[in-house]
Design a binder for this molecule. Structure first.
Ligand SMILES: C[S@@+](CC[C@H](N)C(=O)[O-])C[C@H]1O[C@@H](n2cnc3c(N)ncnc32)[C@H](O)[C@@H]1O
Length: 421
């Protein structure tokens, strides 16, 4: 069912919403912070009317997110998205969960806003990237630790990686990897920080990375593909100073930290982050979560495993053994999401909310939000509204909402659900 087909003339004033939801509806209806008025429509799912609000609700023109967010990850959302919902649907001290944690955008934004954070991701890389940024070291601690690590010792490493790295750089990466492996379990928050930054600097398209020019850092290409890139660009890897690059990126990540942030890290920085599947988060207590802000893997559009093979190698993770969900059929995807919604219904407090961000797939032919609502209803989560955030709204909005086929635009489609139990 497409949204255009399912429009109905419901009288929404007859639908009684809890106060918090009504406030959100009123705010979205009257929203014009960035100069455009909200388009409101009503759709129906299983006889339940659901309002759809389209506008530019958060924007790249807003003050940029905190510098700590600046680690790349495929299909991550901007911090403005979780902030929008955390500000409106929680109060300080509440627990906010992201069951598809990724680089930890929701968890970090929650801590920065003085909320408790929890998260799950089936990939162990997610905690590698998230944990150190919830309680970061000072730049002096990073510098001192880097000075203490010996990167000049020869270690056995993969010769084929010389396609990406100068021999001396590869030796430094190999030594750092061995150091971190030996300290694993005994390493402190400074080692964890260095691991996180190094994981982010492995490959990229500028001299700020350890590698020769390649694709952006969240999409590691295969060795064979890199050989082709090297031949085409007539390039050979130049020496890159691993410690210098880690220090520079650390400085940039840490630059926005204020005394207020330090207080938030001290109080809320030790979040519950789990490596596991979103449909089974056993260690998260029932009735404990006030808000879930998340974005699931879509229909096979992002190859997390192949994109992350080099990051996994550096961290001693067998990329092929990470059971990332990849669905090609909408039906199987919807069933998996119902499993997640049932688990969310367990951990949510009565009256708690879910903000579930989905994209469009197959060139806009499949609107996943149409499948999210019935999948959530099966788990007794009630649809509250759908919010479509359209950047460059005036250019891309059509009479209904958004021209999905417009290339290069950045829309977020978020289904907001409520847990009534
Ligand atoms: C769209 S990304 C989330 C990005 C995140 N919102 C951010 O800003 O970084 C989806 C994530 O789901 C994870 N994932 C895939 N299958 C999963 C499962 N069964 N349980 C939990 N996480 C899973 C992937 O590893 C990926 O990190």
């Amino acid at each position: 069912m497409s949204l255009t087909q399912s429009k109905f003339a419901f009288d929404l004033s007859s639908v009684e919403l809890p106060e918090c939801d009504q406030q959100l509806v009123d705010e979205l209806t009257g929203f014009k912070e960035f100069g455009t008025k909200t388009i409101c429509e009503t759709i129906s799912h299983n006889g339940v009317p659901v309002s759809v609000f389209v506008n530019e609700f958060w924007t790249s023109r807003q003050r940029a997110g905190h510098s700590l967010h600046e680690v790349s990850y495929r299909a991550c959302f901007k911090p403005q998205l979780p902030k929008f919902f955390i500000d409106r649907l929680t109060v300080e001290g509440d627990l906010v969960l992201d069951p598809f944690l990724g680089r930890g955008t929701t968890a970090l934004e929650s801590v920065l806003l003085n909320r408790r954070a929890a998260g799950t991701d089936v990939s162990p890389l997610s905690t590698v990237l998230t944990t150190p940024r919830l309680n970061p070291p000072s730049i002096d601690e990073v510098r001192t630790r880097l000075d203490q690590i010996d990167l000049k010792t020869k270690t056995k490493t993969r010769e084929d990686l010389l396609t990406f790295y100068h021999a001396d750089t590869l030796r430094e990466i190999g030594s750092l990897r061995s150091y971190l492996t030996e300290r694993n379990g005994n390493g402190d928050h400074v080692d964890a920080w260095i691991r996180m930054v190094a994981t982010n600097r492995l490959t990229g398209h500028s001299p700020g990375f350890f590698s020769v020019y390649t694709l952006p850092p969240n999409q590691a290409v295969t060795i064979d593909r890199q050989k082709l890139i090297n031949a085409k660009r007539n390039q050979t890897p130049e020496y890159r100073d691993v410690k210098k690059i880690i220090l520079k990126k650390s400085r940039s990540l840490l630059k926005d930290i204020t005394a207020e942030n330090q207080a938030s890290f001290a109080q809320f920085g030790s979040a519950q982050l789990i490596t596991g599947s979103a449909d089974s988060m056993k260690s998260i207590e029932s009735d404990s979560v006030s808000l879930v802000v998340t974005s699931p893997p879509f229909l096979n559009v992002v190859q997390y495993a192949t994109d992350n093979w080099l990051r996994c190698w550096f961290n001693g993770i067998d990329a092929d053994s990470v059971p990332i969900w990849k669905y090609t059929s909408v039906k199987k995807w919807s069933n998996a999401m119902t499993g997640v919604f049932k688990e969310l219904a367990r951990v949510l407090k009565p009256g708690g909310h879910v903000a579930f961000e989905v994209g469009e797939v197959r060139n806009g032919e499949v609107r996943l939000e149409d499948h999210v609502i019935p999948a959530a209803q099966k788990a007794d989560l009630a649809p509250v509204l759908v919010l479509v955030n359209a950047q460059e709204f005036t250019k891309t909005a059509n009479c209904w909402g958004i021209d999905n086929k417009t290339k290069g635009t950045n829309t977020n489609r978020v289904v907001v659900l409520r847990c009534d139990k």
